[in-house]
Design a protein around this ligand. Structure first.
Ligand code: NAI
Length: 651
């Protein structure tokens, strides 16, 4: 009977509607330990109260094991609590210290979303098997009502020592959360956010509409499969429920792929930011990367991974690439720009490392240390001062006064060298350095010539036979820039003829691709010539610098739109966008786009708080900060403007 069926379903629908109308509020039940805060408070209390105890480590380990057993539902709650309190040996003073520490341990995404707690304070409940004595002071500071905190309470003896817990409190019993929430009889949609089994039990008992497994601080396998959603942060919870105000997009939804064994610091920084980070130790082939990159928003590579046009065609979500090195030849920058993908590298992170090696090599060569040491290893004792010189007062000629050249200038001068430099661009002389107008003049002036030019094609054979002839007799040549810059045949000739007294070479026209391959060069076996395997910038410090520099640039770009130091985007340094929505429009560089953007704002009566535009040959990068309240139709209009490549809203 079709009529009856239809009548019945409408009834059900009506009832459901009534329930919703009776209370249109969402109610939020939030766990405390490892959810509101990053830690288990009783574990922290143990660290404090057992600080001076000899058996501190083993007792803490026992307490942690009891916590986990309780959280995983493998031990009754009452016994887990009682056993832990007994081991704790804590008193009121320890509790005061605990509260101080817990204040610093509030979960990062909770700290970020303070507005949520204030706005929904009538509907937020903290329900915990922990203790009110330390929970209330923490959550109250966020606007949670103290009478909305449901937790255990301690019992103290007359000296202020914790001697147990109030056993009449329902939360000290198994299934306590379920019993309590049943009694609370909350109306409307009830959401539970927590990291433990007892939180899941509330949903299981039919007392909550949804259970969100909160994994920002700890991820417990046994609850993940039963959760309605896994929330790696509070942002994700708010985003799913369309309540996000502090972040436009939850960071845990931004996928980062790190290849080529990038230093672990980069992983830590990106993970701490809340991104979903995957690491692969090797580089991937074009085909593998094409597949892998489809859902990646941020890619991190070193010099081996080739980011080709083909790879970029599959990069549907890619916002930025971080090159954890100096060079970016391995990336198709033009295609990145055309697709609105910003590329960042680490141009200065190993500058100091290169400079230090150059200084060491100047001294080593001037004193013939290299050859003397080699002779000693074959049993020869050659004590003499002949041909050994100090570097003080000698003339250093720097070719290429960029990041490395200019820093070397400062350090060499502080060691007493007389510094001269030549650059094809106008560069400010640092300290007392003297600018020289031509390369030839510099070569004729310097006792030591050191090359720090960039790797452009035109710099091939910058130093050949003619240039070596122009150098002073007995001078030294150092190359830590690029292999093709020096003609190695001419250099060999220069050393063998005695025109040059020494050389240090770190980069070669043909370098072995791996440590297993042999190094072949006409420079092998020459006297007073130091050869190093392209290690000028390879220090632990440089790797660490790179691993923090690149993620920070990328995070700035994602969070604020700032493109300072981007290799392919117009560089824009921006003020913070407080109390505003920031609209980022990346477009092909063609006339009239900014006018179209502003027309769209005018059409929707939108008040512009700040606007910035910078272009390069290919793209325009426009940022507009507008008042938070606006008609979101404008976004559709902005995306429709001809020439639009990418559009993002930040808040
Ligand atoms: P940079 O780009 O800051 O400086 C290069 C400077 O060379 C610029 O001022 C440029 O105007 C100038 N220049 C280019 N061609 C020139 C020419 N023909 N004559 C005179 N000046 C010229 O580069 P940065 O960071 O100082 O690096 C310098 C070189 O060191 C690069 O080739 C880089 O690849 C190499 N490098 C080598 C490392 C190693 O492990 N050996 C590590 C880091 C960098």
């Amino acid at each position: 009977m079709p009529f009856f069926i239809s009548f019945h379903t409408s009834l059900v629908h009506l009832q459901h509607l009534n329930l919703k109308m009776a209370s249109n509020h969402k109610q939020f039940i939030i766990d405390f330990d490892s959810t509101f805060t990053q830690v288990e408070a009783l574990d922290l209390l143990a660290e404090i109260s057992l600080d001076k105890s000899k058996s501190k480590d083993s007792t803490i380990a026992k307490i942690k094991a009891l916590t986990d057993k309780g959280m995983e539902g493998k031990l009754s709650l009452r016994s887990s609590l009682n056993q832990r309190l007994e081991l704790l040996d804590a008193n009121q003073t320890h509790l005061d210290q605990l509260v101080k520490k817990l204040k610093k341990e509030v979960s990062i995404s909770f700290k970020r979303n303070g507005d949520f707690f204030k706005k929904h304070r009538d509907h937020i409940y903290i329900v915990s098997n922990g203790f009110k004595e330390f929970i209330v002071p923490i959550v109250e500071a966020y606007g949670v009502k103290p009478d909305h905190v449901y937790a255990n309470t301690f019992k103290f003896d007359k000296n202020g020592k914790i001697k147990g817990l109030d056993t009449k409190n329902v939360l000290s019993t198994d299934n306590g959360k379920v019993k309590l929430i049943r009694k609370l009889d909350l109306k409307g949609e009830v959401f539970v956010i927590g990291d433990g089994y007892t939180d899941y039990e509330v949903k299981e008992a039919g007392l909550a509409n949804k259970f969100f497994a909160f994994t920002e601080n700890i991820s417990r396998e046994n609850i993940l499969k039963d959760a309605d959603h896994v929330a790696p942060s509070l942002d994700e919870f708010l985003y799913l429920n369309k309540m996000n105000t502090s972040l436009s997009y939850p960071k845990n939804r931004i996928k980062v792929l790190l290849l080529e064994d990038v230093h672990s610091l980069a992983f830590d920084i990106l993970k701490k930011e809340g991104y979903m980070v995957e690491e692969i130790k090797e580089s991937l082939s074009e085909k593998e990367l094409q597949e892998k990159i489809k859902d990646v928003s941020i890619l991190g590579i070193r010099s081996k991974t080739q980011v080709t046009a083909k790879v970029l065609r599959s990069a549907n979500r890619l916002l930025a690439i971080g090159a954890y090195c100096i060079g970016t030849n391995q990336i198709d920058l033009q295609q990145c720009t055309a697709k609105g993908i910003a590329v960042f590298n680490a141009p200065f992170s190993n500058t100091r490392s290169v400079v230090e090696l150059v200084i060491a090599e100047i001294i080593t060569l001037m004193r013939n240390v290299h050859d003397k040491s080699r002779a000693m290893h074959t049993g020869k004792w050659q004590k003499t001062s002949a041909g050994n010189r100090e570097i003080r007062g000698k003339k250093l000629g720097i070719v290429g006064y960029g990041n490395i050249g200019s820093q070397l200038s400062v350090l060499a001068e502080s060691l007493g060298m007389d510094v001269y430099y030549y650059d094809i661009e106008e560069k400010l002389a640092l300290g007392n350095a003297t600018k020289i107008e031509t390369l030839r003049k510099l070569l004729a002036t310097a006792d030591v010539v050191t090359l720090h030019v960039d790797g452009r094609k035109e710099n091939a054979d910058l130093i050949g036979a003619k240039e070596i002839r122009a150098m002073k007799k007995g001078s030294i040549l150092i190359n830590l820039s690029r292999g093709h810059v020096v003609n190695v045949e001419a250099l060999r000739e220069g050393i063998e003829s005695g025109k040059l007294s020494g050389a240090a070479i770190d980069v070669f026209p043909n370098e072995p691709h791996s440590n297993n391959k042999r190094f072949v060069s006409v420079l092998r076996g020459l006297p007073n010539v130091i050869l190093t395997p392209h290690i000028g910038g390879s220090t632990e410090e440089a790797q660490e610098n790179i691993a923090s520099f690149v993620p920070n640039k990328i995070m700035e770009y994602i969070n604020t739109g700032r493109t300072t130091n981007s290799v392919n985007f117009p560089n824009l340094t921006l003020p913070a966008h407080e109390n505003a929505h920031r609209l980022i429009h990346i477009h092909r560089n063609m006339p009239g786009v900014l006018a179209h953007i502003n027309n769209a704002f005018a059409d929707h009566n939108i008040n512009i708080l700040g606007q910035y535009l910078k272009t390069n040959d290919d793209i325009g990068y426009s940022i507009t900060d507008i008042d938070k309240a606006y008609n979101s139709e404008v976004i559709k209009d902005l995306k429709r403007i001809e020439g639009t490549i990418k559009f993002r809203v930040l808040y």
